[in-house]
Design a protein around this ligand. Sequence first.
Ligand code: M6R
Length: 614
Amino acid sequence: MCGIVGYVGRSQAAPILLDGLGKLEYRGYDSAGVAVYDGGAKKLSVHKAKGRLQVLSDMLDAGAAVPGTVGVGHTRWATHGAPSDVNSHPQVSRSGKIAVVHNGIIENYAELKAFLQGEGVSFVSETDTEVVAQLVEYFVDTGGVGLLEAVGRCLRRIEGAYALGIISADEPDRIIAVRKDSPLILGYGQDGMFLASDVTAIIRYTREVTYMDDGEAAVLTRDGIQCYNTFMQPIEKEIAHVDWEIGAAEKGGYEHFMFKEIMEQPEALRHAIFPRIREGEVYFENFSLTDDYIRGLKKIYIVACGSAYHAGVVGKYNLERLLRLPVEVSLASEFRYMDPIVDGGTLVVVISQSGETLDSMAALREARRLGAKVLSIVNVVGSSIARESDEVLYTWAGPEIAVATTKGYSTQLAVLVLLGLYMGRVLGTVSGRERAEAAAELLALPEKLEKVLEQRDGIQYLASQYFNHNSIFFIGRNVDYALGLEGSLKLKEISYIHSEAYASGELKHGTISLIEEGTLVIALGTYEKLFDKAMSNVVEVKSRGADVLALTTGDRRADMEKIANGVMTIPSTHPLLLPSLGVAPLQLFAYYVALMRGCDIDKPRNLAKSVTVE
Ligand code: M6R
């Protein structure tokens, strides 16, 4: 969703802002803008354009045309008011002296707007953000106070979620940053200070960052940053070092981030798995959930959105099997309003690649309010969900830029298996031999996945046979059903083909009426224990005229080939890990289908990478 960049320093600001916004494009946006203080003219120069960032960049000669060393930039994902130049950020106050960039939603903006209109303030945009710019100026004018104090007064009036970057022509040496429920980080560079929605925007300039916490504010000047708590008292914040390679967030010769990230999965799995297995046992460094706590658990509740939820569905099958504990899995957007049965005997596992998804964050807070401990499985280090959890297991997949998650999901699956083996040892539900076998298969997983990825030409050929279908069904049982949910989402979100996933046994309860001559059914049959049933379902849909593309293990290829129109295979592995291999052919299939349909793969329509509004 919206992306924020700010810079105050000794270099020209606009090229830095545009470069940073370019790195945030993956979050999803529909317009972009920058505001820079022009020291010659002694005023803010504000430039905005609907559409791709390139439009703005061309307008400003990549920033060279805009003088000034202090500024803020923004990519907007419309919430209040359609995408347009006027609704783009930065939003400015009526005098043009204060400019604001905002990620989030000001929930009481209508009431505040009415108040300001009553005071004679007129508005030009439909945005909630303009209210912030106008309100800050109102407090400066009527209270005779400085920018920081005016922002503090504004914060006491606004409700909702926000990350804000604010500059003023009257105090041109600084940027004010504040955050509540929307991510914002501060960066310490050699020749200036930075502000950004995430690290990718500023990693080229600095690796020393501070993660702002909810309710905090910061004043950035060219020589340093002063942070403040909710009461506007100065505080010291920790500076963290980011150790990614800069290239990790760039395409590195690949046509799309999604393809690059699919191919990076074996390496991502090595990072997620290898440091956590020692002599056949799972080991988590500095893990704070004690054995006594684990033995006292009555239930596990997995909460997440989208693909992370699908990882959770696989997790339910695997954890129940390993732990013999009830595991519930819920969409975070439902959990927060369903009055869930959660207490101190429940471990709530929140899964999130970005660590910033608002619904997952709200579910986390609800779980903690109800007395549960929260263990999060998160990719982005230092993200909000990671910081508010009682314990975090990072997936260490590296930056994921494509909107469609791939390595984020596959590392979540691996970490869930690691968690199951760890807890299974503590609970005594998984024998030493079983743990050693599973651990050995986990260590072999990256290499097996490499073998699957080597089959990509064959999958591309299959995609060429089916890319013009308008409706595709995924069917499977048990973990194959859970895998189908993810395969279907991957396909629909990037190719715009209508697709649904069903538990195979449910077909005859209604859905089979949709199967007709030529309908494509992707039948998942990797789980050996239920292979015969998978075959029966293939026969069932074939006899209604469906074309069937099957996914199974290499051992079962010959059986499947007897009836399916096409077969994709994965190597045999431990049943816990089948979806970790099985997802790769489905990701590649979705990718090639979308490519053949000419879709914008890394930035699918209407989607944002990190969903920071409800
Ligand atoms: O960052 P998160 O894992 O919390 O994101 C959850 C979903 O928004 C995400 O998985 C989404 O469904 C992706 N577009 C799927 O590819």
